[in-house]
Design a binder for this molecule. Structure first.
Ligand SMILES: CC(C)(COP(=O)(O)OP(=O)(O)OC[C@H]1O[C@@H](n2cnc3c(N)ncnc32)[C@H](O)[C@@H]1OP(=O)(O)O)[C@@H](O)C(=O)NCCC(=O)NCCS
Length: 180
């Protein structure tokens, strides 16, 4: 488990699955994600079984927020598509509980996940993709030091409209400089 002041990252448990089904069936949560179709409990259970077969490093984390004296499950995040030779990976994040949006938790999770990526997995570069319909996410990524590297024009189609897909990345040296 990786713990910061207000958030922690832990392994996904079977008990978490109903919450993922609820969140991923919310069109507002799904809008910025690759998943664009509704999801059943059976499909989510299948995802869980497949996830356990993936290499440990590629398995996502459940995100918990500190609430009072305890912790509450609010989302998921992870690093995937590791390239061991080039020391890079892709990052993904979703806070499914919308009550926790715009309160700094996403920023906290990103900072903790970057620390894990650079200091645990020894990555040199972490990249992500963000859609043009997701200014909140893009703002968070820019705020914590990601650089916009390129645009795939009209690459995604959501709710009757094409949107650009932006590739953003942060290098280990850039992240280290920001820690000082
Ligand atoms: C994107 C996400 C991870 C951000 O987490 P969060 O906890 O809501 O973000 P934070 O509270 O840390 O930061 C939000 C920032 O965006 C700003 N913001 C909110 N709406 C915005 C908008 N429409 N345009 C620009 N900035 C916006 C807030 O003011 C805040 O900035 P500040 O810290 O400078 O004041 C979360 O909202 C989420 O999971 N959304 C659904 C799934 C998703 O889109 N995932 C990302 C896929 S690339």
């Amino acid at each position: 488990m990786y713990i910061a002041e207000r958030v922690r990252l832990r392994r996904v448990e079977k008990d978490d699955l109903p919450r993922y089904v609820e969140w991923l069936n919310d069109a507002e949560v799904r809008r910025g994600l690759m998943i664009f179709l509704p999801l059943s409990s059976v499909e989510e259970e299948q995802w869980f079984e497949n996830m356990l077969k993936a290499p440990p490093a590629e398995r996502p984390f459940a995100v918990d927020a500190k609430v009072g004296a305890g912790w509450q499950h609010i989302g998921s995040c992870g690093l995937f598509d590791f390239q061991p030779q080039a020391h890079h990976a892709e990052l993904g994040i979703v806070l499914g509980d919308k009550n926790f949006w715009d309160k700094g938790y996403g920023t906290d999770v990103m900072n903790l996940l970057l620390k894990v990526g650079f200091e645990v997995f020894n990555l040199n570069r972490i990249h992500l993709r963000v859609y043009g319909n997701n200014p909140r996410a893009r703002h968070v990524y820019e705020k914590i030091g990601f650089t916009h590297e390129g645009t795939l024009r009209q690459h995604v189609y959501r709710e009757g409209q094409y949107y650009d897909e932006h590739v953003m990345a942060i290098l280990r040296s850039e992240w280290q400089a920001l820690q000082k």
